[in-house]
Design a binder for this molecule. Structure first.
Ligand SMILES: [Zn+2]
Ligand SMILES: [Zn+2]
Length: 122
């Protein structure tokens, strides 16, 4: 750091009487490094230390659609739970071959799958 400091003073042709203290120089270099390569640590508080793309964070919830098991060469159909129990639209029976791997219930891919996992009353 001392070498860098002397080089820097040389390069900048700074009047020795006005030169910043080594400690100030070190602080400035450290600060500039932080600005170039990252954010000051205070801004990282409360944030995930290793941010993941959204699609990975979603997967963390472990609720994702999977196919039903194959029985006699065909995917075993299930009723969509949301279509069957919804209070927001006309109830209907929808046969699906997709279940939530975690909830183990049939769900239409799309609104039903989303609504089941995001709405208290679907
Ligand atoms: Zn449905
Ligand atoms: Zn689920």
């Amino acid at each position: 750091m001392l070498n860098a400091y002397n080089l820097w003073l040389d390069k900048k042709n700074i009047d020795p009487s006005k030169k910043p203290k080594l400690r100030e120089f070190v602080y400035n270099v450290a600060y500039q490094l932080l600005e170039d390569f990252g954010e000051p640590t205070t801004n990282l508080k409360g944030r995930h230390p290793n941010p993941m793309p959204d699609r990975i964070i979603d997967a963390y919830s472990r609720h994702y659609p999977v196919n039903t098991e194959i029985v006699n060469g065909k995917r075993k159909p299930r009723d969509c739970y949301v279509c069957k129990h919804t209070t927001r639209r006309q109830k209907k029976r929808t046969r699906v071959v997709i279940i939530c791997n975690e909830c183990n219930i049939g769900l239409c891919i799309g609104y039903c799958f989303r609504d089941y996992h995001t709405l208290k009353n679907f």
